[in-house]
Design a protein around this ligand. Structure first.
Ligand code: PMP
Length: 283
């Protein structure tokens, strides 16, 4: 496998970063997860834009301009002959000292990995997921803003551990005011009486690119989509719940905190949007 490191492709064996990199020492950096469908990188510009905004928010200078970075992502995909796969684009603060000070890190470190993707098994899409409510509260917007896709995912990882401890793969995270924020790696939607609701990203979620595409596809199909704060009760009483994300795409939730959602199968609007999303990404 070829990995993009800094300004060139190298063999996987040679793709090494310093133990003094602040991405490793402090989770100081930003990243993107991007899909390749049928030979095309999905929403590359949106991912590059979000990466640059995240980096700007933490005062990290990406050492390539957006066009060059996009071309390097494409070059990594091409070098590995990835026609359907997953790209991890990482920019760390770079090499510094053992102190916290990010200003001593001279240059951000760019890493691009393009690989095949291990998806949720097909039956999860047909039968739906079980999820739980996490006790771990989503990061406060004045600590690490959830809109920053930073390399520090401990907040999400702690919630993910709660899910795994309880025998499920995903957890719903709430913000410091008790409103639904997102899942550990996905955005959340519910359906009630035919209307689709999702929390605003100000409730503590990443501005998901899949979320945005799904909202656009839903509106094009004449569904009403409303962004509003949701509480746990809204999930308990939903006709449908689904999650969206680059890896998961659109996936139904059929059990929430041991409460059956709908008739215990992914609902009709969830399945319709999944079908529309699958068609859209390959067109
Ligand atoms: N929320 C979190 C915390 C995420 O890590 C992700 C990406 N895996 C998402 C939401 C979904 O965002 P996107 O659709 O851009 O992948």
């Amino acid at each position: 496998m070829k990995i993009w490191l800094d300004d060139k492709l190298v063999d996987q064996e040679d793709a090494k970063v310093s133990v003094f990199d602040h991405g490793l020492l402090y989770g100081d950096g930003v990243f993107e997860g991007i899909r390749v469908y049928a030979n095309k990188i999905f929403e590359l510009k949106a991912h590059i834009d979000r990466l640059f905004v995240s980096a700007h928010a933490i005062r990290l200078k990406i050492p390539q301009d957006p066009e060059t970075l996009a071309a390097n992502v494409q070059a990594t995909v091409d070098a590995n002959n990835i026609t359907d796969g997953y790209i991890r684009l990482v920019v760390t603060r770079g090499v510094g000292t053992l102190g916290l000070n990010p200003l001593v890190c001279e240059k951000g470190q760019v890493i691009i990995i393009a690989d095949n993707i291990k998806l949720y098994p097909k039956e999860y899409y047909e039968n739906g997921l079980k999820v739980i409510s996490a006790n771990t509260v989503r990061n406060h917007p004045l600590s690490l803003p959830p809109q920053v896709k930073s390399l520090n995912y401990l907040n999400n990882i702690l919630a993910k551990l709660e899910a795994l401890d309880r025998g499920v793969f995903e957890a719903i995270m709430y913000n410091h005011m008790g409103y639904v924020a997102e899942a550990t790696g996905d955005n959340v939607f519910i359906v009630r009486d035919g209307i689709i609701y999702t929390p605003p990203t100000s409730a503590g979620s990443l501005e998901g690119i899949t979320r945005r595409v799904v909202i656009e596809l839903a509106e094009k199909s004449n569904y009403t989509v409303i962004e509003k704060d949701l509480v746990r009760y809204d999930l308990c009483s939903a006709d449908e719940i689904f999650l969206t994300g680059t890896a998961a795409e659109v996936i139904g939730v059929v059990d929430f905190d041991n409460i059956k959602i709908g008739d215990g199968k992914p609902g009709p609007i969830t399945m319709d949007l999944l079908k529309k999303f699958e068609t859209y990404v390959r067109q």
